[in-house]
Design a protein around this ligand. Structure first.
Ligand SMILES: [Fe+2]
Length: 298
């Protein structure tokens, strides 16, 4: 598989922008960036000007997922492939491209119910200080992290990811999480990151489509420090520190003030070509990832 795209940015719509702002800066340890031309606040985990854009609204959910094409030829390849797969792709306007700080932009509706954007020429500057994450984040050649989306339109979404975006399945998870309730998650790569997108089959529309965004720290100890910040903030911790079985990522999950979760991790294994390890897993984690219960206050 050619490395044509990587995860470029996510736009999330949240009701309480200030609470989410504090969460991204002071808990996750992302670097605040300049506001967009339309005045929306931004964060980044590397030298790209804006990796996360926060807009104000009631959804408390993913609003847009943006994929960066590595060059103009890659951009054309992905746009053509989306069109050939039957998706209605439109060119972004100049105003929209300026808002994303990109040179070329295409927009398409993903079956899971949000727009997906394909872009080139993401504005880059110097890598910002991330004093809470002194080792920085792993993004080079792999994008800013990964996104996991739950959808009732699972089969269509899988085809969109593979036939449209050109991603390849890394592996999949099937397990019974309660009597008669199956969890099914498929993991997709488009570069060396084990998965850039994962899709979960859900039986009915959930409060949020976005299950989580993941940011990968270069240093294991930075994950532990982030866990301590999340714990001290009293935020819900659906999954404490643990190790995923499939991508071997050491991580934890914290619920943001908007409801969707953020995974902070380290050390995931990488995709090697040709990829020959697409197989079924029947457990999420090799160890850990237990829910953390905060002790009642005094
Ligand atoms: Fe994840």
């Amino acid at each position: 598989m050619e490395h044509t795209i990587e995860l470029g940015y996510a736009v999330v719509e949240v009701a309480d922008v200030d609470a989410v702002a504090g969460f991204f800066t002071d808990v996750v340890g992302l670097a605040p960036g300049e506001p967009t031309p339309a005045g929306h606040r931004t964060w980044t985990d590397d030298d790209v000007a804006q990796r996360v854009v926060v807009t104000r609204g009631l959804a408390n959910d993913l609003a847009v997922l943006g994929f960066e094409a590595v060059d103009d030829a890659g951009f054309d390849t992905v746009v053509d492939r989306l069109g050939a797969a039957g998706h209605d792709v439109r060119a972004g306007t100049e105003t929209e491209a300026a808002e994303r700080r990109v040179t070329r932009l295409a927009v398409v509706d993903a079956p899971w119910g949000t727009p997906v954007e394909v872009a080139t020429g993401l504005t880059r500057g110097s890598r910002p200080d991330t004093p809470l994450m002194p080792g920085g984040f792993l993004t080079r050649g792999e994008g800013f992290g990964h996104a996991v989306v739950g959808t009732t339109a699972f089969d269509e979404s899988v085809r969109f990811a593979t036939d449209g975006l050109g991603m390849v399945r890394s592996d999949y998870l099937e397990m019974e999480i309660a009597a008669g309730i199956e969890l099914e998650v498929h993991f997709f790569h488009c570069n060396a990151r084990h998965h850039t997108l994962a899709l979960a089959r859900v039986p009915f529309d959930m409060p949020t489509k976005l299950h989580h965004l993941m940011f990968e720290a270069n240093e294991r100890d930075d994950v532990g420090a982030a866990f301590d910040r999340a714990f001290a903030a009293g935020l819900p911790l659906p999954n404490g520190l643990g190790l995923h079985d499939n991508d071997r990522m050491f991580s934890f999950y914290v619920e943001s003030p908007a409801g969707f979760q953020v995974e902070v991790g380290h050390g995931a294994r990488q995709i090697t070509e040709p990829w020959s390890d697409d197989r079924r897993y029947d457990r999420i984690s090799a160890w850990g990832h237990q829910p953390v219960v905060h002790a009642p206050g005094p």
